[in-house]
Write a protein that binds this ligand. Structure first.
Ligand code: PMP
Length: 340
C-alpha cells in the first residue's frame, strides 16, 4: 500500500514544469514550480504548514485552539485546511477588496471570515494589526503572523529550495519570484545560495510595490504605479524579506502579465493566477538580461479560478486599464527587451 498520513503530507514535492514556448524563444530553460498543485491550491500551503508546525513545537498552539491570521486569501485557505486536518479552528481577517471567490471559499472550508476595509500598514485598521488584536482577545488563540514569522521562510528553505535543487540536478542558474510576505523568495534564495553562491537570485515586482526599489536601490521610495495582482506587492521589509539574499530585481507591467497568462493557458495548458504571470514575466526578463543558456526557475503560485470574476470580465479589466487586445508573446518579448 502507498499512502500519505494526511492532508499535510500532500503539501510540497510539486513538479517543475518546462514552459516550452518561452524557453524556445529565449534560449533558456524556463521552469515553473507547480505550486498550484498543492492540496489547498497554492504556494501558501507551505507557509501555513511551516507556521503551524513551528507553533506546535514551541507550545504556542494547543489542542482545540484557534489560528488567527490576516491574509489576502491563500494563506487563509492553507491555514483553514491544515487547521481542520490537525483539529484547530481558524479565524481569518481579510481586506474586503479581495476577490469575493476567496471569501466564499474560506467560509465553505469552515473558517470564520471577518472582512475589513483596506487600510495601510501604518494604520491600526490594517488587517494584519486587527488579526494580532483578535488573537490577543480570543482564548486559546495563536496569531500566525505570516509576514514577520520566519517559520514561513524556513519552511521554503527546508522544502521548496531543496526540491528545486534536486529537480534540476543542481543545474539551476537563476531563481526569480515576487514578494507577498517574502517567505518564498527568502527561503529559496538562501537555500540555493547555500548550495552554490553563483546562482542568481532575483525579485520581480508588480508596479505599485517597493521591493524592486529595495533590492535594486536600498530604499523603499519607488512605489509608483499599480497592479491588479493579489497576494503580492509589498511595501515594507518584513522579517521574511530581511532574510532574502538577492542579486537583482525587475518590474513587470500588468499588461505583460495578462499576455503571459493568456499565452500560458492557450499554449501550455496552464490556467494560472496573476502573481504567476508576474513571476513568469520576471523569468523572461532574467532570460533576456542574462542571455541564452540559463536554467531559470520561478513559482506558479495558484490557478486563475479564484480570480475569474475579474480576469475575464471585460468591464472590470477596462476599469483597471487592462487592454482587451492580445499581443503574441513573440512581440511581447520585443517590448520587454526595450524596457530592460
Ligand atoms: N502569489 C499568491 C497568489 C499569493 O497568495 C502569495 C502570498 N500572499 C504569493 C504569491 C507570495 O508568496 P510569499 O508570501 O511567499 O511571498
Amino acid at each position: 500500500m502507498s499512502s500519505i498520513p494526511d492532508f499535510c503530507g500532500a503539501i510540497g514535492n510539486t513538479p517543475l514544469i518546462r514552459l516550452n514556448r518561452l524557453s524556445e524563444l529565449t534560449g533558456c530553460e524556463i521552469l515553473g514550480k507547480a505550486e498550484f498543485l498543492n492540496p489547498g491550491g497554492s504556494v501558501k500551503d507551505r507557509a501555513a504548514l511551516g507556521i503551524v508546525e513551528n507553533a506546535e513545537r514551541k507550545g504556542l498552539l494547543n489542542p482545540g485552539g484557534a489560528i488567527v491570521e490576516g491574509t489576502a486569501g491563500n494563506t487563509g485557505i492553507g491555514l483553514a485546511l491544515v487547521g481542520n486536518a490537525k483539529g484547530y479552528r481558524s479565524i481569518i481577517i481579510i481586506p474586503d477588496s479581495q476577490a469575493p471567490e476567496k471569501m466564499e471559499l474560506l467560509r465553505n472550508m469552515g473558517a470564520e471570515v471577518r472582512p475589513v476595509p483596506p487600510a495601510p500598514y501604518s494604520e491600526p485598521g490594517n488587517y494584519n494589526h486587527i488579526a494580532k488584536q483578535v488573537a490577543e482577545e480570543t482564548e486559546n488563540a495563536f496569531w500566525a503572523n505570516q509576514f514577520d514569522n520566519t517559520a514561513n521562510a524556513d519552511f521554503h528553505f527546508n522544502t521548496t529550495g531543496p526540491e528545486i535543487w534536486d529537480q534540476t540536478d543542481g543545474g539551476v542558474s537563476a531563481f526569480v519570484t515576487a514578494v507577498g510576505t517574502g517567505g518564498t523568495l527568502a527561503g529559496v534564495s538562501r537555500y540555493l545560495k547555500s548550495r552554490k553562491s553563483g546562482i542568481k537570485t532575483v525579485c520581480v515586482d508588480p508596479f505599485g510595490a517597493s521591493m524592486w526599489s529595495w533590492f535594486k536601490h536600498g530604499h523603499l521610495d519607488f512605489d509608483d504605479g499599480d497592479s491588479i495582482a493579489e497576494g503580492i506587492g509589498q511595501g515594507r521589509v518584513t522579517d521574511n524579506v530581511a532574510k532574502a539574499e538577492i542579486d537583482d530585481a525587475f518590474r513587470v507591467h500588468d499588461r505583460h502579465m495578462m499576455f503571459i497568462l493568456k499565452h500560458l493557458t492557450e499554449r501550455e495548458g496552464l490556467f494560472l493566477g496573476p502573481s504567476s504571470g508576474i513571476n513568469v514575466g520576471g523569468a523572461v526578463k532574467v532570460a533576456l538580461d542574462g542571455g541564452p543558456g540559463q536554467v531559470i526557475v520561478t513559482i506558479l503560485c495558484d490557478t486563475a479560478q479564484k480570480y475569474m470574476s475579474r480576469l475575464f470580465d471585460p468591464e472590470w479589466l477596462a476599469e483597471n486599464e487592462l487592454p482587451p487586445e492580445n499581443l503574441p508573446v513573440e512581440s511581447m518579448i520585443e517590448e520587454m527587451k526595450s524596457d530592460l
